[in-house]
Design a protein around this ligand. Sequence first.
Ligand code: COA
Ligand code: ZN
Length: 304
Amino acid sequence: MISLPRSVLIREVGLRDGLQNEKSFIATEDKIALAWALTEAGLKEIEATSFVSPQAVPQMRDALQVVKALGNPAGVSLSALVVNTRGAEDAIAAGVRELQVVATCSETHSAKNVRMTVEQALAEIEAIAGLAGEHGVIMRVALSTVFGCPYEGKIPYDRVYALVERLLALGMARVALSDTAGLGNPLHVSEICHGILTRFPEGDFSLHIHDTRGMGLACVTAGVWSGIRVIESSIGGLGGCPFIPHATGNIATEDVVYLLEAMGVQTGLDWPKLLAAALLAEKIIGRELGSRQLALARGRFCVN
Ligand code: COA
Ligand code: ZN
């Protein structure tokens, strides 16, 4: 017997994970307008930007302006991604109350993404945790390449469990189990989620899936059936990681919402406003995005 939860929380990552892969610079006011459209649609957790090197990710060079313009709207938790103490200091000084840091299961991915070893990145997270503690800032972590690495292939389950244990010990309020390269499949997702939720019942976990091989929604279903209660997704299916070859977008927020609501799982989001936000994302980007629900909204497919 499959048991589904009454509700699942959607964490929107399009403004950061989605936009960071766009080659041409998206105007700051467009990013801000999209953020407001997402809050209008009822999204309560939004990753707004990242405070990282502008050489590494030029698209996020307006992090300060984005954060200043959005402030801390009531009832919405806005976070910024950081990968080093410099970024954490800048984000906290700008008024960010929630930091998203990054760890990974793969040495090669770590070297390409943050030019650090996995251990160095963990040491950096520990230092950032110190800063966050001093300022009363919440810290969450994305654990990348959980379901495989394009450079190193399969990641042993025990390596994932050991990293999760260390990250929880560093005080992370949540660990996002991330399929950065879209290498997971539903069986893999359910095995890892089950393994983690039974080993760390006190932890909070989300699932962050990329749809590189068309497994995205199947993996989300497997995760939710296995007990995951937070799903990370990007409006319109924006996205991709600049440090992963052939990375495609995240699963589209509206596709995830459709899937969950169709199974009777509430997301608390306003469907017309969510589609409006997806259409806005598409307009801002200037090309068609991959989401199935957007395709329907464009009236391209016959719904009968
Ligand atoms: N914000 C702004 N600038 C930063 C910065 C930050 N948080 N951290 C470093 N920099 C700057 C340095 O000042 C330096 O600038 P300079 O060349 O003008 O002196 C430059 O970036 C390189 O710094 P260095 O310490 O030599 O880092 P590096 O070249 O080894 O790169 C990172 C390491 C971590 C800074 C870089 O790889 C990075 O920002 N990666 C982010 C990747 C990312 O966002 N991935 C997506 C999320 S998973
Ligand atoms: Zn991602």
